[in-house]
Design a protein. Structure first.
Length: 158
């Protein structure tokens, strides 16, 4: 019975070696929620919905490859209402967790598409983040930096 397990393990190793040669896959690290620091830019005037807070973060995405390496510093501005219609208050911790989860998934998606340029990588990343966050945070907005005077954070995986 033991030799069979050894052959299966060897076959698995050979398949991984054959298909993985030349390009590293996966994302190096999880983007922590604390990277997304939200700052109020429009006060809530007390209605059912209103107010606005923004986070600006530069996220470094890297695809390690012998033939087509790509590294991009993607500027991401996430805007979230302080209170959303029908959803109530949006606490910072909820917005941070949603942003981090979306950023992780969007990074995997964008890097998996194997873009040729850093601009293409950032575009794919932003589009996927926008799609993912729209399903999680009602009324949110994802784009490159636009809002002035917002403290910016940076995430570079180790």
């Amino acid at each position: 019975m033991r030799p069979r397990i050894g052959r299966i393990a060897l076959l698995g190793w050979l398949l991984v070696s054959a298909f993985g040669a030349g390009c590293a896959t996966g994302v190096a690290g999880r983007i922590p929620p604390a990277v997304f620091q939200f700052h109020e830019v429009v006060r809530n005037q007390g209605g059912e919905a209103g107010g606005w807070k923004v986070s600006q973060t530069t996220i470094t995405l890297t695809r390690v490859s012998r033939t087509h390496p790509v590294r991009a510093n993607c500027d991401v501005e996430i805007g979230v209402p302080l209170r959303s219609v029908g959803g109530g208050a949006v606490p910072d911790v909820v917005a941070q967790e949603a942003a981090a989860t979306a950023a992780d998934q969007a990074a995997r998606f964008a890097l998996g598409r194997r873009p040729v340029t850093s601009a293409e990588l950032c575009d794919l990343f932003l589009l996927e983040m926008r799609r993912l966050l729209a399903a999680t945070l009602r009324g949110c907005r994802v784009r490159r930096f636009v809002e002035p005077d917002i403290p910016q954070t940076t995430f570079v995986p180790e």
